[in-house]
Design a protein around this ligand. Sequence first.
Ligand code: C2G
Length: 130
Amino acid sequence: MKRVITFGTFDVLHVGHIRILQRAKALGDHLIVGISTDALNYSKKQKKTVYSQFDRLEIVKSISGVDEVFFEHSLEQKGDYIKKYGADILVMGDDWMGRFDEFKSLCEVIYLPRTEGISTTEILAEIRAA
Ligand code: C2G
């Protein structure tokens, strides 16, 4: 059984998020998703999420194909999470290309192309402008 792990904030869920989760799942049998905590997200982007980490976790957990979810507290712990969850493959969008290559000693690392033309930032900008 192949275990796939991926990570993300998944705020204001959209089709780009769904597609990367579906494509990640298609690479194995069991999909584990690390949800960035509010604190980790703030440290990465210097802005707050719309939905709390608890809501984001609950939403992602309810998506068909997602088998397990947990909170990602820091980027530095990625190797520990890969080991803890016994992941065979780490999947990330290609906006992270090369950033997690150090984990190739622990598991396969695959960067998938992002879905073009959609992002949480653009959705929020459109809502604000409406
Ligand atoms: N994504 C995508 N297409 C989009 C938008 C996002 O394929 N149009 C992918 C991203 O590449 C990422 C995942 O969806 O793999 C989650 O995206 P974000 O919620 O923006 O996650 P991010 O804040 O990049 O957090 O440890 C890494 C981080 O936790 C990733």
